[in-house]
Design a protein around this ligand. Structure first.
Ligand SMILES: C[S@@+](CC[C@H](N)C(=O)[O-])C[C@H]1O[C@@H](n2cnc3c(N)ncnc32)[C@H](O)[C@@H]1O
Length: 251
């Protein structure tokens, strides 16, 4: 069987993305709660198909979503308009954007920072965020806490979803090759159904941020960390936490 290799069209195919993340609600509830406390206007960076932006907009707050992918945004636009929810969708790069206005709350959820590449992109990411935050504004981001067992080579389960076109049950597996100099996990994603093993693969690079490194990066970019959480249930960040959730304000 031929294996189709894509740069990332299956991983970021909007319909498949929504199917794969259909059962994920803990982060949505967390961000909606935080946004309700902090208030809008809200800017979500790397907003994809609006999985978080649309529930945020349902609260009645002003929500802008920015993403590089027009196809992901188009799906978000369709979903929002079908339920009569208003979100402003902007094609743009989270590492360099100029919208000419400021926001009360800027979000970079769902490991967005890990997708921005290595080196300077993060400097310009934080610069762009700072220049779009109100004086009393808040930045909230989440990234994974690097776990050695996850990074170690080997094929890992990436869950299952029902293919939106064929109805087949698709199994996703990851093979990770970790570059410990750049802290980048080069992930090959394999998609299989019962009849079509490994029918497609995708590549996705994810930069890992170690906890103290992340704190230092956020602080040296001109923020103070108000709170660091270790899960979407609100637990403080500590040993064994899978997530790093940083809540920060301009210092
Ligand atoms: C894992 S998805 C998350 C989407 C959404 N936040 C969610 O939680 O469902 C990551 C998104 O980041 C976008 N993305 C990747 N690099 C980006 C960049 N430099 N600037 C803006 N968006 C980017 C991708 O197009 C994709 O839609």
């Amino acid at each position: 069987m031929d294996v189709q290799t894509h740069s990332a069209p299956v991983y970021y195919d909007p319909a498949i993305y929504d199917r794969r993340h259909a059962g994920k609600s803990a982060d949505i509830n967390f961000y909606v709660d935080k946004a309700t406390q902090v208030g809008g206007p809200i800017l979500e960076l790397c907003c994809g198909t609006g999985r978080i932006a649309i529930p945020l907009a349902r609260t009645g707050m002003s929500v802008t979503g920015l993403d590089t992918s027009e196809t992901m945004l188009e799906r978000g636009r369709e979903k929002a308009s079908s339920e009569g929810v208003r979100v402003e969708w902007i094609v743009g790069d989270a590492t360099s954007f100029q919208l000419g206005r400021r926001f009360r709350l800027i979000l970079a959820p769902a490991n967005a920072l890990q997708l921005l590449g290595v080196g300077n992109p993060l400097d310009s990411f934080f610069e762009s965020v700072l220049s779009h935050l109100e004086d009393a504004g808040i930045l909230i981001l989440d990234v994974m806490n690097p776990s050695l067992s996850e990074i170690v080579a080997g094929r890992k389960s990436g869950g299952q979803y029902q293919d939106p076109n064929t109805g087949e049950l698709i199994t996703v597996e990851w093979l990770i090759r970790y570059d410990d100099a750049q802290q980048v996990a080069h992930r090959t994603c394999y998609f299989s159904s019962a009849q079509r093993p490994n029918f497609a693969t995708d590549q996705l690079d994810m930069r890992y941020y170690y906890p103290e490194e992340l704190n230092l990066l956020v602080r040296s970019a001109g923020f103070r960390i108000i709170e660091k959480l270790g899960g979407f249930d609100g637990r403080p960040f500590s040993h064994g936490c899978r997530q790093q959730i940083v809540i920060a304000a301009p210092s």
